[in-house]
Design a protein around this ligand. Sequence first.
Ligand code: C2E
Ligand code: CA
Ligand code: CA
Length: 271
Amino acid sequence: VVMFSLLFSAWLTYLIHRWQSKSVSMRSQIMSGIKDGEFIPFYQPVVDSRTQKVVGCEVLMRWQHQDGGLIPPNQFIPYAEAKGLIVDMTKVLLEHVVSDIKKLGGKREGLFFSVNIVPEHLDNDDLYQFLKSVVESGQLKQHRISLEITERLPISDLVAARQMLDKFYSLGIDLKLDDAGTGYGGFSYVQNLGISTLKIDKMFVDTIGREDNFNAKTIEAIILFAQKSGLNIIAEGVEDDKQVAYLSQYGVYLIQGYVYSKPLPAKQFFH
Ligand code: C2E
Ligand code: CA
Ligand code: CA
């Protein structure tokens, strides 16, 4: 038994060590990615189904790793969010966005660029100061930045968050509620944060056409709630025309999904 437990604890120590060094290297890789500007934006169009025109887009982060690969967010964002790295990564991302928009010149007008933020972004005014200088320098020209915050993550102090958000609003930067209906913050976020737009999650859009389940009723409830609260609505993860038709019946016309386009690299989005 003694022998066994000695072996067992040696094995455990080995595993912990391996796990730690793996996560240390993840951290240091992200840190050097920040230094080298490796976190780049892809742009997924949001289309008005009535006119088929692009009205804006969501900015989605990709990691252009020095090894040459393009790494999708599910492989590094959860780690970055948990370890407090996401704020610096968003800054890198936004620098790319601003320079992409500058290159665009006057080619298109009036697009919104929705950037994903986490509650940590509202803890101090770094992001605000950065965006303020961008807005005031006129670099965005006729476009505007918008923020998206997910319902998945808790905001510990709604009053403080609102105070910070009001500063963004005074710059003409609004806030969308992402993943609406999947978290627990929904109602209180809408009540307290001055949200302009609800984004209906793919999970609910997927239920369109299914009669039999709870979520199918939930999407109607979310739409009604948004409309009664005077919010705009964007449906996310829309993949086919049947879903577009269903959503139009309910007065939902702003569509983000593969039915129109996947997230695109800058060159394609700004063609
Ligand atoms: P999200 O914010 O909910 O973004 C929407 C995701 O749905 C994107 O995945 C998009 O590619 C995907 N999507 C859109 N339409 C369709 C569709 O019709 N079908 C399918 N199957 N998928 C669709 P992506 O780009 O892989 O991003 C995943 C998540 O990573 C995002 O979910 C967001 O939570 C996170 N993320 C991405 N960029 C950032 C960022 O800059 N900051 C933070 N904090 N999180 C980010
Ligand atoms: Ca989002
Ligand atoms: Ca979402």
